[in-house]
Design a binder for this molecule. Structure first.
Ligand SMILES: [Zn+2]
Length: 387
């Protein structure tokens, strides 16, 4: 890979022909059309938060260095931004009056409304730019290695870079575009942000059964994303049909896995809804995220719910009562050992050798309070199960 340091390119040069796509939130072109600011393997523009983007402008005005920028030289007349896209898009938006900063008095100021000397200062600011020339794999390997502009690339952003091509471009149009009105609906089930590729990652995770890299490699040059879309929509349709209520704990669950496991089973959405409401009202359930899989599995795997256990104070107090009574009667303080026929019939267990048990099982409506607590030896407690 050949790298050349350029120190004579100014903000003005870059902003010549700057195009910003408001809809997709992307800086597209600059340098009179020679520079592609957002090549398809680049991440989306994430500086548009009124802080990071403004900080770029303020840095320029104060004469602070903007840091190194890297261009990939694609041909004699074509460059792509490899690193620096966020900074370039920020000053590009400012110079083209699409971003305002605030003056000393807190009033918003666009480029057109600031003093001429400040305008000049911005436009004449020279940038430190490395132009790099190499094979596609060299450039991408390097891109994979560097830490981009303070915000490290996440895993999906790296995969998008490594497997860039028509498939990624189409997939990003669908799943990484925060203007896509479906994102709001999907965000009931998927955690994260479209901009950081988390919806795309989720869609790929589902269709590939968690082999995202392999899947992207196989489909890299596809000119459609039909399979990805169809599968994704099937999962979303299935979830929203089975669970008619949208609860916040549904966000980010492994819906792809649940769909594969349970999609062939019939459910009554009405009964499911009643079950969800019942479990949500149960104060003993610590893990509401487990409610959905619990119901899909016909309400048997109580481990998913992390039902609250008896606290130490209750255990100690029940142990003391049971042990005192047992000693008086000359029987075991484990209620089940006491009615048995072996040597443990009269054994007084230590509290550390016993566990608390629900007399009436939680799954049958038994409460987790002192009146429903009994201490059993560990063996009997384990044998009883179904709590
Ligand atoms: Zn026992």
């Amino acid at each position: 890979m050949i790298t050349t340091l350029k120190t004579d390119i100014t903000v003005k040069d870059i902003c010549e022909g700057f195009v910003y796509n408001e809809l997709e939130g992307k800086g597209l072109f600059g340098l009179s059309g020679r520079l592609t600011i957002q090549p398809e393997y680049q991440r989306n523009y994430i500086y548009a938060d009124g802080k990071k983007d403004v900080a770029v402008i303020e840095s320029i005005l104060k004469g602070y260095p903007l840091g190194l920028i890297y261009f990939n030289k694609v041909s004699d007349n074509a460059l792509e931004v490899l690193d620096g896209q966020q900074r370039i898009t920020s000053f590009g938006r400012f110079v083209t009056n699409k971003l305002a900063i605030r003056d000393e008095n807190g009033r918003p100021q666009t480029f057109n409304s600031i003093a001429a000397d400040k305008q000049k200062k911005i436009l004449q600011t020279k940038l430190l730019i490395y132009e790099c020339e190499g094979t596609e794999s060299e450039i991408k390997e390097w891109f994979r290695t560097i830490n981009i502009a303070g915000v490290p690339l996440n895993n999906q952003e790296l995969l998008n870079a490594v497997y860039s091509g028509p498939f990624v471009t189409l997939a990003k149009e669908e799943y990484s575009n925060s203007q896509n009105t479906n994102i709001r609906k999907w965000s009931a089930y998927i955690a994260g942000s479209a901009n950081r590729q988390e919806f795309l990652e989720c869609a790929l995770d589902w269709v590939s059964k968690s082999n995202i890299g392999d899947y992207m490699s196989c489909h890299r040059y596809d000119d459609n994303i039909n399979e990805l879309k169809t599968y994704f929509n099937s999962v979303i349709d299935w979830v929203s049909t089975v669970f008619t209520d949208v609860e916040s704990e549904m966000r980010g669950l492994e819906w792809g896995r649940l769909y594969e496991t349970y999609r062939k089973q019939p459910y009554s959405p009405k009964e499911v809804s009643q079950e969800v409401q019942k479990l949500y009202a149960d104060p003993y359930i610590k893990n509401r995220k487990g409610v959905f899989e619990f119901i899909l599995g016909r309400s048997t795997d109580t481990k998913l719910l992390e039902v609250r256990v008896f606290d130490e104070a209750i255990k100690k107090s029940v142990y003391a009562i049971q042990t005192a009574e047992a000693k008086e009667k000359g029987i075991s303080n484990c209620l089940l050992c006491a009615i048995g026929h072996d040597a443990n019939k009269t054994k007084i267990w230590n509290i550390t050798d016993m566990d608390a048990d629900h007399v009436a099982a939680w799954s049958k409506g038994g409460a987790t309070d002192i009146n429903n607590c009994q201490m059993l030896c560990k063996t009997h407690n384990r044998a009883k199960g179904n709590r």
